[in-house]
Design a protein around this ligand. Structure first.
Ligand code: NAD
Ligand code: ZN
Length: 385
């Protein structure tokens, strides 16, 4: 693995390292928008031979002697963040802030000035854990993370509990939606899709979805959203949002784009910084628009990933309008079970976003398709067998 360099290789099977580990035989895994930050070389400390992937599910193959919640043969979906369940932050249910699962926290502290939990397949700075775009994975703290699936729901309906459904849901919850509210969502990728669906679940009266990709805008409309194509010549997003809200602005704005939205445009910048950690750019376009568009006293929720320093954020408007901002990595462990229940009750079938079903061998080429948003790609699921 290097910038824009991903290969499928045969490697030794993972083994139990700690007594609280489990080995999972992976039945389905996926490529995430967050993987593009690695692919584009934005997140440092990926090394040659590292295994990508943090959205996976499968069957428990083997458990360490301290694993009491799982046994061989259990079917599980695994959260992308690794949490110990015991530290100050886990006890506060801030699972993504777990203080015990990132052995390389010092690297992250040095780079970003804070450290979070370990993540699967997401650089040495975030723990160096092998990822799940593979046939097997080692899952540490197996008593805490994996959620057992006891019904016979197909993999494709539950796989996205590993990341993007909880991420979209937390984004909508963070948006502090009141019944009947108008919510604007930037980005109709997988995270945006689940943010839109969740905003309706939480009582939004209207969702305005913004993107440029026709197939993604169509999916947003299928959920009931009104859509704005920001790439149309005469479209100014801020004017469109004003027109749609009687000049007041949306009650809540959700930035489901983050830095990835600029990966193609800013390729030159990424190429230059390679392993630099502080990215200064004059265009956090979406975040800026969200703060400019929000009504006075409204809430801006940011599930999209940002790293390093950002310039030209209209903080004066944020202050003057008295807005609330909520953001961050998803506290997965709190959402997986309640969202599984919603799937079981047929409130949502998350598989609607899948556009491509591929093998591991096809994955390297599909990373490029996914990054360039070609072939009407909305979500890629990998069957590693
Ligand atoms: P994606 O790349 O599939 O989707 C991003 C979408 O944003 C695309 O459809 C793109 O066309 C659209 N977009 C780009 N520029 C835009 C603009 N100016 N205005 C409106 N739309 C624009 O990615 P995804 O899988 O949906 O993930 C979205 C973001 O969420 C990424 O930054 C990802 O890293 C992040 N994420 C965060 C968490 C978390 O824990 N907070 C978890 C998963 C993903
Ligand atoms: Zn992800």
């Amino acid at each position: 693995m290097g910038t824009h360099k991903i290969e499928t290789q045969t490697v030794p099977d993972p083994e139990l390292v700690n007594p609280h580990d489990a080995i999972i035989k992976i039945t389905k895994t996926a490529i995430c928008g967050s993987d593009l930050h690695l692919y584009d070389g934005f997140i440092p400390t990926m090394e040659s031979g590292d295994i990508m992937g943090h959205e996976f599910m499968g069957i428990v193959e083997e458990v360490g002697k301290d694993v009491t919640n799982l046994k061989r043969g259990d079917r599980v979906v695994v959260p992308f963040t690794i949490a110990c369940g015991n530290c100050l932050f886990c006890k506060k249910k801030l699972w993504a802030a777990c203080d015990n699962t990132n052995p390389n926290a010092h690297l992250m502290e040095a780079a970003y000035g804070y450290s979070g939990s370990g993540l699967f397949g997401y650089s040495h700075m975030m723990g160096g854990y092998a990822g799940g775009q593979a046939q097997y994975a080692r899952v540490p703290f197996a008593n805490v993370g994996p959620l057992k699936i006891e019904s016979d729901l197909p993999d494709e309906k539950v796989l996205f509990l590993s990341d993007i459904f909880p991420t979209g849901y937390q984004a909508a919850e963070n948006a502090q939606i009141l019944p009947g509210d108008t919510v604007a969502v930037w980005g109709c990728g997988p995270v945006g899709q689940f943010a839109i669906a969740s905003a309706f679940m939480l009582g939004a009266g209207r969702v305005i979805a913004i993107d440029r990709l026709p197939e993604r805008l169509a999916l947003a409309r299928s959920l009931g959203a009104v859509t704005v194509d920001y790439s149309e010549n005469d479209t100014d997003v801020l004017t469109a949002l004003k027109d749609l809200t009687g000049g007041i602005g949306p009650d809540s704005c959700i930035d489901a784009v983050g830095l990835e939205g600029h990966s193609t445009e800013l390729q030159g910048v990424y190429d230059k910084i390679k392993t630099a950690v502080m990215l200064e750019t004059d265009r956090p376009v979406v975040l800026r628009q969200a703060i400019q568009a929000i009504r006075k006293g409204g809430t801006v929720s940011v599930p999209g990933v940002y790293g390093g320093l950002l310039d030209k954020v209209p903080f004066g408007a944020a202050f003057g309008k008295g807005i609330t901002m909520k953001m961050g990595q998803t506290n997965m462990h709190s959402y997986m079970k309640p969202l599984l229940e919603r799937i079981e009750q047929n409130q949502i079938d998350p598989s609607y976003i899948i556009s491509h079903r591929i093998t591991l061998d096809q994955a390297p080429d599909m990373y490029k398709v996914w990054r360039d948003k070609k072939e009407n790609v909305t979500k890629i699921v990998i069957d590693p067998w």
